[in-house]
Design a protein around this ligand. Sequence first.
Ligand code: UD2
Length: 312
Amino acid sequence: MSKVLVTGGAGFIGSNLVDQLVQDGDEVIVVDDLSMGLASNIPSSPKVTFYEHSITDHGFMKDLLLKEQFDYIYLLAAIASVADSVARPYETHQINQEANIFILEIIRQHKLPIKKVLFTSSAAVYGNNPELPKREDSTIDPLTPYAIDKFATERFVIDYGKLYNIPTVAVRFFNVYGPRQNPKSPYSGVLSLITECLKNQRVFTLFGDGEQTRDFIFIQDVLLALHLIMSNSQAVHEVYNVATGKQSSLLNIITDYQKVTDQSLSVEYLPARDGDIIHSCADITKLKGLGFNSKYTLFLGLSDYWVSASRN
Ligand code: UD2
């Protein structure tokens, strides 16, 4: 049994991770300010302790790290919306970068015996670089405060690791989808928005011609990738793309989702969003080197997602 800290553990990816860790028998501490996540996402289990707190509260985070002496730390807490980071660059920077560096600094100053710290970054770091598929060493072109903070924090995490001998690692998520993804904002993941439209017979607004492609990965495959990265002692001071390596157009996805749900989605077309990337796909050779093989085709992932969405 390990003692694990998950910042952002009430959010979409975080809460699914907490479920998995609890199933694996770990003791989990969640820190989340519920700015995006929901307390109800966190499993009620004697193995889970939840602190409704911002990771920017230095005093609180320091006390927690010194008291709990975690084995593993997953840094997931973030303002996940690119649009928010453009509207509030300094505030989002405090969360997406500064708070994470403070955690590293406490580990360094107090020589905490951490087994591994994992930071979650994003495909946003590649920006508009047209090179496909995106390899971890492809050109970086962060275009927003969100992407800049994600990239800079990756570097801090890896360099703290190398300079001060802390086992650290970073991942770049591509388009993750699945149960508990919050559809409340227009910038929410497109599959959470389509799911809401299908559930409530609402019209889906498609920006562009629908030929834009993304590398969608189902949450359970993400959890598999995180497990492989966390548990492999060779996976340190590195960054890994977390994706499937498969590219799907929005139109193909809609066709698949209609088959899964046996419903037809009403679509209204609007011009493409400013700055929207046309194609995105990951090279996942590095992740495969750790034994990763995605288990969910898009069809399977959408089927699972729909079963769970129809229950709620
Ligand atoms: C993802 C991330 C974003 C950032 C970016 C980096 C999510 C939710 N967002 O943005 O944080 O890391 O990658 O490249 O993972 N769309 C519609 N109608 C809608 C909503 C979206 O047509 O109502 C389109 C949208 O214009 C885009 C595609 O669907 O072409 C995917 O949109 P998204 O917001 O789910 O994800 P993305 O890749 O733009």
